[in-house]
Design a protein around this ligand. Structure first.
Ligand SMILES: [Zn+2]
Length: 165
């Protein structure tokens, strides 16, 4: 039961993060902006900045920088708790170019850099469908370049010997 609750909390924070990447100052394309204003409410952590997020499960109010630090801390703690990554390991993140996978890559790249955890790469599969993947391949390439993360694109045809189109 605790396990279920734990993941539910992380997912709630993660959803908020990925739905508000622009407002959080992260340049990712194709993301909706639906951040609710929490005007005149002050962050409970630093007690100085305006709150932009209220945690439904704790009532905690967080400003942008405290929210970003908090979610990175939670992800780092989770990686450690479940021994998900060993030092020096190569970790590949499957990145489609959508907001969720880009958010995950963003958070992991910060954690990997700050903790010299290992090497992180982004892998994108090009399905080879005309006009479908080009825009997201460009987004992933630019985003990885900004983060300093290696991006590898593999084609569906190379992987499976056939095309999806
Ligand atoms: Zn704060």
């Amino acid at each position: 039961m605790w396990f279920k609750c734990f993941w539910k909390k992380i997912i709630y924070d993660f959803e908020f993060f990925s739905n508000n990447v622009y407002k959080l100052g992260i340049n990712v394309a194709n993301t909706p902006i639906n951040m609710k204003s929490l005007a005149l409410q002050i962050c409970n952590k630093c007690n100085k900045n305006d709150a932009i997020y209220k945690r439904y499960y704790s009532g905690e109010l967080l400003c942008k920088s405290c929210f970003l630090r908090s979610i990175e801390h939670k992800v780092k703690k989770t990686i450690g708790k479940f021994s998900m990554v060993k030092y020096g390991e190569l970790v590949a993140v499957a990145v489609s170019g959508g907001k969720d996978s880009l958010t995950l890559l963003y958070i992991l790249s910060h954690i990997f850099k700050l903790n010299e955890l290992g090497k992180l790469i982004a892998i994108t599969v090009d399905e080879g469908i005309d006009g479908y993947r080009d825009e997201s391949l460009r987004i992933v390439k630019e985003f990885c370049s900004e983060l300093g993360v290696e991006n590898r694109t593999v084609s569906y045809k190379e992987l499976f010997g056939t095309v999806m189109d």
